[in-house]
Write a protein that binds this ligand. Structure first.
Ligand SMILES: [Zn+2]
Length: 422
């Protein structure tokens, strides 16, 4: 039996890779537009980077690929991007930058041992940003704007933002106590995970998929914000209004990770093609993560977009229009391929993507190849062309054919390309 990919992993074949690269290219463009620099952290880190004491998230408690080699330190394949970026921010003392906040973006592979399903693999790619070192509602709105307008620019329809606040530490602490009090009488009715979460992080019970519509959750009290936290949230919403970003406040929105504070958000699609209401991506602010990683007390905010999920939505809405094309195909009709090979190489040296025939096939067979490769220009090289140092150039769009001197070829191609797009 030949080998197969490991369960939960998959090959990105060339057709799909073009689409993935399109998503990545546009994301890099958006990083640039908003002043973010790209960063790459290692695929594995010390387990403690991801796992904090009393962590209750599924990701940390159940889904991490943790291993050690020769009985040495415990290492973990990165399950998400934020922790590694913050580790790097602290280790490289970026908090000392004269310009804060530090804005970092990443396009990286992540690993989680979950049950594989459509759009959810064990190795997957995330496009994310972290804006670290300052706390300001303008920044929250800008981070949401980057993600929202990225999705809009891709062409997805029916996009809106769900937003909530988890409050500052004072309002959250008070709320935690109230929730523990509220949920304790229902403890036996909650799922096993929520029973474990009850004391550590009862907020997470609010967005539990199992207990979502239980009486316990439906009757749960709402958070009472401190004046400061309420004002902060009002400002974030105000800036979203200014930017014309449609949003809805969803006070059940908690997000799956323990470290979020204040603003949390999700970008969702309400388009029918994507199902009733599909989450495209989410993120939030974290006040304590930098300090927990050994840095100063500094706040940050970020989000991460799952590429696999985004790809499914983009395909459902048929927004891809990618066809691989090349500039030139060199047809060689001579026994000796030297001249054709040189022409092909000259074209590439001048940035024209070029392929040539390797097999001295018939003219018809070579023309068919040029069509399959979507070549804009076909260059035909027979005995006459070699002797006169020319090529016969055919423009597949205008169907015009002409003889061009070798030394004028690149200039002529550039001219034809320009003329056509005028
Ligand atoms: Zn639950």
């Amino acid at each position: 039996m030949p080998f197969q990919t490991v369960k939960g992993t998959y090959d990105i074949l060339p057709d799909q890779m073009m689409k993935v690269n399109m998503l990545k290219d546009l994301f890099r463009h958006f990083l640039n537009l908003y002043g973010y620099d790209e960063i790459k952290t290692p695929v594995f880190e010390y387990t403690g980077v991801f796992q904090k004491e009393n962590d209750t998230s599924d990701m940390v408690t159940k889904e991490m690929y943790t291993f050690s080699v020769n009985g040495k330190d415990s290492l973990t394949l990165r399950p998400e991007g934020t922790a590694g970026v913050i580790r790097s921010f602290v280790e490289n003392k970026m908090y000392g930058n004269s310009e804060l906040p530090v804005k970092l973006g990443y396009l990286e592979e992540m690993f989680r041992h979950e049950r594989p399903q459509k759009g959810r693999q064990r190795q997957f790619t995330q496009l994310g940003i972290e804006c670290i070192g300052d706390k300001n509602p303008l920044i929250d709105a800008e981070v949401i704007a980057l993600g929202y307008f990225y999705i809009r620019t891709l062409g997805l329809q029916g996009i809106k933002v769900l937003i909530n606040t988890l409050g500052d530490s004072e309002s959250r602490l008070r709320y935690k106590e109230k929730l523990i009090e509220h949920f304790t009488p229902y403890k036996d009715e909650l799922c096993q995970d929520c029973q474990n979460r009850l004391e550590k992080n009862p907020l997470r019970i609010l967005d539990c998929k199992i207990d979502h519509s239980s009486k316990a959750v439906e009757t749960a009290p709402k958070m009472e914000l401190t004046e400061g936290a309420a004002e902060y949230f009002e400002d974030v919403k105000h800036y979203l209004d200014i930017l014309g970003i449609p949003y809805e406040v969803d006070d059940r929105l908690v997000r799956g990770l323990d470290y979020y504070t204040d603003t949390v958000f999700e970008v969702v699609s309400t388009n029918e093609a994507s199902g009733s209401q599909a989450t495209i991506f989410g993120g939030g602010r974290y006040d304590n993560l930098v300090q927990e990683m050994g840095g100063p007390s500094m706040s940050g905010i970020g989000f991460a977009i799952g590429v696999e999920r985004l790809l499914i939505l983009c395909e459902a809405e048929e927004i891809f229009n990618v066809k691989k094309t090349i500039d030139c195909y060199v047809i060689n009709l001579n026994e000796d391929p030297d001249y054709a090979m040189l022409i092909a190489e000259e074209l590439r040296a001048n940035s024209f993507s070029t392929e040539m025939d390797y097999y001295r096939r018939s003219l018809k067979a070579q023309f068919r190849s040029s069509e399959r490769k979507n070549a804009r220009f076909v260059l035909i090289i027979g005995e006459d062309e070699v002797n006169s140092a020319t090529v016969t150039l055919k423009d597949t769009l205008t169907k015009a054919q002409e003889s061009v001197k070798r030394e004028e070829l690149c200039e002529r191609l550039a001219q034809l390309m320009e003329e056509y797009y005028e």
